[in-house]
Design a protein around this ligand. Structure first.
Ligand SMILES: *[C@@H]1O[C@H](CO)[C@@H](O)[C@H](O)[C@H]1NC(C)=O
Ligand SMILES: *[C@@H]1O[C@H](CO)[C@@H](O)[C@H](O)[C@H]1NC(C)=O
Ligand SMILES: *[C@@H]1O[C@H](CO)[C@@H](O)[C@H](O)[C@H]1NC(C)=O
Ligand SMILES: *[C@@H]1O[C@H](CO)[C@@H](O)[C@H](O)[C@H]1NC(C)=O
Ligand SMILES: *[C@@H]1O[C@H](CO)[C@@H](O)[C@H](O)[C@H]1NC(C)=O
Length: 647
């Protein structure tokens, strides 16, 4: 059956081609693998000893051995400083937060052949450098004035175009992305095995002409030792060092405490984690030897505790808000995205909701943008930096965050690329509370954010949004598992995202293919629909699953020949699983090229189609309302996108 539909789909797609580039779709994958040119420039581990390999001129490269990116600069230093770049070699602005990539490409016409080798971040660097991509397609991971440091600064942001990264070969362990980029053009990523990435195999914002073809994902990373807040600890330690050198100090819980003491305790904490994870305890924090470290940072699910994807394509800027609602103008949206014939398996994720304490309507972030985390969202044993009686509870991270905030408020730290101060929002009242032994705080929590207060969105395996023209076809996706717990119950407000859809139509902890704010191809030559065709989705675990989800103001898309089979019978109370869902603002009323066309050849086994732009039947409406309390709020994304939204 499958072979037959694929054959039909291939015929169908050929009829739909707009640019001829897809001619090989549906053909034997082996025909496509490209062998590295004989004269390509050879890359070896030595090329990475000083840190990121910067490619800023056109050229053809190949890996000549397996690369492990582990740029230790000085083994004598504390572990948070071992990997710090040499700022005589690396730009202080772009590299202020460390080596964000193994290879940073900021030129046009660059081709890289993995040449049947692998390239990955080392375990140690992945522990210490949480924001990372094996390949960054620019000279900086963020556009000017976005992101936690003054990335770019006075240097111009330069993005790559006409880049090809070709397998066979492996892009392995990465604390965030396999390949990441902003504002790119003509990017081909083909025949690669991506594994052990934490956030996404490929993440491109505002890209025109991206071809993600014939890649294989056997698994995302399943041995993550720590949660996101460990990065808050390493980042804030750099402030501690500066404050120690200034002989700073303040009252904490009514007792004068020096910066040296707080800093040294934090360093010891980080080093205990690092030595357990990297040497003594093979991947985990030792609970018996280091109970406090374990309580603060242990990752009980061993997978990333924030948003997670296989492939994500997005409009301009980082994908940290909710799902998109409307197309941006053409300078900001992505176009011609082809995600074809990829095999994606065994993706497990955990959305770790981090309740963010709010003072006078402001979320309390530290100097690097991490949440000042008072509690965990789990019901038991959740007090991190507040006691059950409302008094401050000391811990090495919160102490350092608060001391840094106080020093900033005293005007003792000046904003600079390595120690920025402008991001800090920890208020004087929080500082006062923590410095007193018996002041009581009655916290208000804003929910639906992660440890950096990005909107939590659950799992999305293929996400395309803010995009004109895409083809998602021939992808085979199976073994998707939601490891998230229940939402935090005591929220006073919710993190808002961008979309304006109706709360009553909000479902979805797992989206397998999700497109939002998209339309068809609209070139000068010829207009045609975007397609979601011949994808196979199987074995998905969770409570609220959408196989294919169309969101936001979207139109001009053909959906056909897809197979969705979750491999379980819907149980009582699990009817909110859908094979295909068109949300409320998706335009299914237009005719012709603008129409959303649901073809007759989809095989949606045991699950259903839900089209929300017409009134739902009453029975289903009641179920949705039951699942999503507090429906009286007009903006669904006030309650966040998902998975914890719409409560
Ligand atoms: C790639 O490497 C694997 C394992 O080392 C080997 O079995 C295979 O033949 C190689 N493939 C090519 C095309 O060189
Ligand atoms: C796209 O990039 C690839 C890889 O560098 C190059 O071979 C190709 O010519 C480019 N296509 C266009 C239309 O520029
Ligand atoms: C919920 O929050 C309110 C106000 O912040 C607080 O008074 C109450 O004790 C909290 N309840 C629980 C169960 O945490
Ligand atoms: C799936 O995730 C959501 C939140 O992300 C959670 O509330 C729910 O309990 C999870 N379901 C399962 C079956 O794990
Ligand atoms: C649009 O949605 C309505 C409501 O479910 C449905 O009856 C109709 O067939 C859909 N139109 C198209 C063109 O799919």
């Amino acid at each position: 059956m499958k072979g037959f539909s694929l054959f039909l789909a291939a015929l169908y797609m050929n009829a739909l081609l707009v640019d001829g580039r897809l001619a090989k779709s549906g053909s034997n994958k082996n025909d496509r693998s490209i062998h590295a040119p004989y004269d390509a420039f050879c890359l070896v581990n030595d090329d990475f000893a000083k840190g990121t390999l910067i490619i800023n001129t056109p050229g053809t490269y190949k890996l000549c051995e397996d690369i492990v990116f582990d740029p230790i600069q000085n083994i004598e230093l504390p572990i948070m400083e071992m990997y710090l770049p040499d700022f005589k070699v690396y730009d202080r602005n772009a590299y202020g937060l460390g080596f964000f990539a193994a290879i940073a490409i900021s030129a046009s016409n660059v081709e890289i052949y993995l040449n049947n080798h692998s390239i990955e971040q080392s375990e140690g660097h992945a522990l210490m450098q949480r924001f990372f991509a094996v390949f960054e397609l620019a000279n900086s991971p963020f556009l000017k004035s976005v992101g936690p440091s003054q990335f770019v600064g006075n240097v111009e942001f330069e993005s790559a175009s006409n880049v090809g990264i070709y397998g066979p070969g492996i892009i392995g362990r990465s604390a965030h992305h396999g390949v990441h980029g902003n504002d790119n053009k003509n990017i081909t990523i083909r025949d690669i095995t991506f594994k052990d990435f934490e956030v996404a195999a490929v993440s491109l914002n505002n890209v025109d002409d991206a071809f993600i073809i014939g890649n294989t994902i056997p698994n995302n990373r399943h041995d993550v030792p720590i949660v996101g807040s460990f990065s808050a600890a390493t980042q804030v330690s750099h402030y501690g060092k500066a404050l120690k050198e200034m002989n700073f100090g303040m009252d904490i819980k009514g007792v004068y405490t020096s910066a040296a003491e707080v800093y040294e305790r934090l360093v010891a904490t980080i080093e205990n984690v690092a030595y357990d994870v990297l040497f003594r305890n093979k991947g985990f924090i030792n609970e018996k030897k280091h109970p406090e470290e374990y309580f603060l940072f242990h990752n009980k699910n061993s997978v990333v505790d924030g948003p997670c994807y296989a492939f994500v394509i997005h409009g301009k800027g980082p994908a940290v808000g909710g799902f998109g609602f409307e197309l941006s103008d053409s300078s900001k949206m992505s176009s011609n995205i082809q995600i074809i014939d990829n095999v994606i398996e065994n993706i497990k994720c955990w959305t770790n909701e981090v309740p963010a304490v709010v003072i006078e309507d402001v979320v309390q972030n530290d100097a690097r943008g991490a949440i000042l985390q008072l509690i965990k969202s789990t019901p038991e044993d959740n007090f991190l930096a507040i006691n059950s009686d409302g008094t401050y509870k000391r811990n090495p991270v919160a102490d350092m965050q608060i001391m840094t905030a106080y020093a900033i408020q005293q005007g003792l730290l000046n904003d600079n690329p390595n120690l920025q101060t402008v991001v800090n929002t920890i208020s004087p009242s929080i500082v006062k509370w923590a410095s007193s032994s018996n002041d009581v705080l009655v916290p208000q929590y804003r929910c639906n954010g992660d440890s950096m207060h990005h909107t939590v969105k659950g799992m999305t395996i293929i996400r395309v949004e803010d995009c004109e023209g895409f083809k998602i076809s021939g992808n085979n996706i199976k073994g998707i598992e939601n490891l998230s717990g229940e939402p935090f119950e005591n929220c006073s407000s919710f993190h808002a995202g961008a979309s304006k859809e109706d709360t009553s139509t909000q479902v979805g902890n797992v989206r397998v293919i999700s497109v939002a704010a998209v339309t068809g191809y609209n070139t000068d030559k010829i207009a045609s629909k975007s397609i979601i065709v011949s994808n196979e989705i199987k074995d998905v675990q969770g409570k609220s699953i959408c196989g294919i989800d169309l969101q936001g103001k979207s139109d001009s898309c053909l959906i056909d020949y897809n197979i969705v089979d979750y491999s379980f019978m819907p149980e009582e109370g699990m009817e909110e699983n859908f094979a295909l869902r068109l949300r409320k603002f998706v335009d299914n009323s237009s005719d012709g090229i603008k129409a959303i066309e649901i073809g007759a050849h989809n095989e949606f086994d045991k699950s259903q189609i839900q089209i929300l732009n017409n009134v739902l039947d009453e029975e289903r409406m009641r179920r949705l309302e039951h699942l999503h309390r507090n429906l009286n709020i007009g903006n669904e994304w006030k309650l966040g996108g998902c998975p914890f939204g719409g409560r």
